[in-house]
Design a protein around this ligand. Structure first.
Ligand code: M6R
Length: 613
């Protein structure tokens, strides 16, 4: 979704804004723009397309100034065009605004403003904001801060805003409601940004603005207030991850780097949550055993890849504990009349912690008296702040739009929670717990082995990436793996792919199978009772001449006889095999995308963090 960067201080804002926007490119965008305060003028440059196009424009029509705001737009209202790109201005051109979010009542506001003589240029919802502020100034607001507060009081929806005005030429304003926005605190200079990586090379001291807050930034300091004018003492926090964590570290893409980081991420989670006696320890969440005991039912809510992590969460929690679990898509859960009660634990899962539907779901759950535990990768995110407990996945910044390391970290989180709860409920003995933990410890090395066979996976991807479609089949613990593998393929290679529970194949998708259709079958084996069923499914595919690509264990001759191609993965305990098997599918999608020449880190139309509905 849209990216925002702003700067006020002694340096030239333009290179800082462009650099910050580049670091936010992963959020997805289709146009970009800047507004800079230059020698008593407010200058704007914007254009459609990538930041390179904006840089070319800036080379032709240079800009400089000590304060500015920049924006990458992911179109919602109005096509990607120069006129719809941000910043947007008021009628006088003295005030400029960048916005992430959606102003839901913009049509009504626009009609009212038009009656008062305002003329709009774009089709965007955003443009009402500068006009509303202008109108409040005309109607007697004492100063810009008051005009902004009054204007925002009329706007419904979600926003993160950066605002500049010639009427207050040394001050930048920033406000948030429902869309993420941070303030970067520097030495004699201040920043705003949608996300930490944008400014991490400038400062690691940040203020996470809360909903309904307005920040007033001058080079020398930051003042924060609520929209009703009440002053707020902001908490300045030190960001834990290092700037290099948001660099590519020699890999050609962030996604490839993030795929390779998975063994390290999972080892770190194990080191944090498992002690030398092979016991799981979730003290970081800050809950006592007594806090967990009243839980009668668990409802997991999330979106996209995190939803598939939730499907795994259900499987592993139900396998190891006595607690029934439901899994819900945030976008559905929030609109259905879910029967919630205080003995239900709602677990939300999110890399960004800013996904609008997931956030709305936990707000609803908390209103119904449920406790909320979030499995989240982003420190200081809205989800992290609004939950009763946080399982922090600590995978480091995930920049590639397609989620990889955050997903396996979410699976690991669920495995640890399931073991912990199982033990607490007496469903697992200490010995069983230790056995599970030992098997869990084998996972990072197993992933390492998959990574070491990248070249073979590249060859398989090259053979099958041309066709229009692919089918992914899995069962039980690896049904979510099939869904996630198919999603990865769709997202980055643009090859249509369907993930299916293999048992459902005969109920429809079997009609698709012919000699051209790649069918990815996840068929790893240790003691899983669904192995034989997968073999039967593979035979059915073989009988219809489908091209079987099997994810299977080394030395599995039965699968090798059926499969045209094998992605070989080490055998780990069935319950934990999804963390290993999915890595082979991430790489399969990756190399297919590479062969098809797509923009892997920034796939078309996608946004890293879906902060609007
Ligand atoms: O930040 P979140 O984990 O809440 O994001 C949820 C989905 O938008 C996200 O997983 C999306 O499906 C990714 N593009 C998957 O690769």
């Amino acid at each position: 979704m849209c990216g925002i960067v702003g700067y006020v201080g002694p340096r030239d804002a333009v290179p800082l804004l462009v650099d910050g926007l580049k670091r936010l490119e992963y959020r997805g965008y289709d146009s970009a723009g800047l507004a800079v305060m230059e020698k008593g003028r407010l200058e704007i440059r914007k254009c459609v397309g990538r930041l390179a196009a904006l840089e070319e424009k800036l080379a032709r029509e240079p800009l400089s100034g000590a304060m500015g705001i920049g924006h990458t737009r992911w179109a919602t209202h109005g096509e990607p065009s120069e006129i719809n790109s941000h910043p947007h201005t008021d009628s006088t051109g003295r005030l400029a605004v960048v916005h992430n979010g959606i102003i839901e009542n913009f049509e009504k506001l626009r009609a009212e403003l038009e009656k008062k003589g305002h003329r709009f240029r774009s089709e965007t919802d955003t443009e009402v904001i500068p006009h509303l502020i202008e109108q409040e100034l005309r109607e007697g607001a004492a100063d810009l801060a008051e005009a902004i507060r009054r204007a925002l009081g009329k706007a419904r929806g979600a926003y993160a805003l950066g605002i500049l005005s010639l009427d207050d030429p040394e001050t930048m304003y920033a406000a948030r409601l429902g869309s993420p926005l941070i303030v970067g605190v520097g030495d004699g200079e201040q920043f705003i940004a949608s996300d930490v990586p944008a400014i991490l090379n400038q400062t690691r001291r940040v203020i996470y603005l809360e909903d309904g807050e307005l920040a007033i930034l001058r080079a020398g300091g930051v003042q924060v207030m609520r929209l009703d004018g009440t002053p707020v003492e902001p908490e300045v926090r030190e960001v834990r991850f290092q700037p290099e964590a948001a660099e590519r570290a020699g890999f050609e893409t962030f996604m490839r780097k993030e795929i390779h980081e998975q063994p390290r991420v999972l080892r770190a989670l194990l080191a944090r949550h498992v002690n030398d006696s092979d016991e799981v320890n979730l003290a970081d969440i800050g809950w006592s055993d007594e806090d967990w005991r009243p839980v009668r039912r668990i409802v997991i809510v999330s979106c996209g890849t995190a939803y598939y992590a939730g499907l795994y969460g259900r499987l592993i929690i139900e396998a190891l504990t006595g607690t029934p679990v439901e899994v819900e898509l945030g976008s559905e859960f929030r609109y259905r009349d879910a029967k919630l009660a205080p003995d239900i634990l709602v677990v939300s899962v999110s890399q960004s912690g800013e996904t609008a539907d997931t956030l709305a779901s936990i707000r609803l759950a908390r209103r119904a008296g449920c406790r909320v535990l979030s499995i989240c990768n982003t420190q200081g995110s809205s989800l992290a702040r609004e939950s009763d407990g946080l399982f922090y996945t600590e995978a480091g910044p995930e920049i590639g739009v397609a989620s990889t390391k955050a997903y396996t970290a979410q699976l690991m989180a669920f495995a640890l929670i399931a073991i912990y709860l199982g033990r607490l409920q007496g469903e697992l003995t200490a010995e069983q717990e230790a056995g599970l933990v030992r098997d869990l410890r084998a996972v990072p090395d197993a992933i390492h082995y998959v990574l070491s066979r990248e070249d073979e996976i590249r060859t398989v991807a090259g053979k099958h990436c041309d066709g229009p479609s692919a089918l992914y089949l899995g069962r039980k613990f690896n049904y979510p793996t099939a869904l996630e593998g198919a999603l990865k393929n769709k997202e980055i290679s643009y090859q249509h792919a369907e993930g299916y529970a293999a048992g459902e194949m005969k109920h429809g998708p079997i009609a698709l199978i012919n000699e051209y259709l790649p069918v990815v079958c996840i068929c790893t084996r240790t003691r899983d009772e669904v192995y034989e069923k997968m073999i039967s499914n593979m035979k059915e595919v073989e009988a219809r001449h489908g091209r079987i690509i099997a994810v299977a264990n080394d030395g599995d001759e039965t699968v090798a006889r059926l499969a045209g191609d094998m992605l070989v993965v080490p055998a780990v305990r069935d319950e934990f095999s999804p963390m290993v098997n999915v890595v082979a599918l991430q790489l399969l999608a990756y190399f297919a995308a590479q062969a098809r020449g797509t923009d892997i880190d920034k796939p078309r139309n996608l946004a890293k963090s879906v902060t609007v509905e």
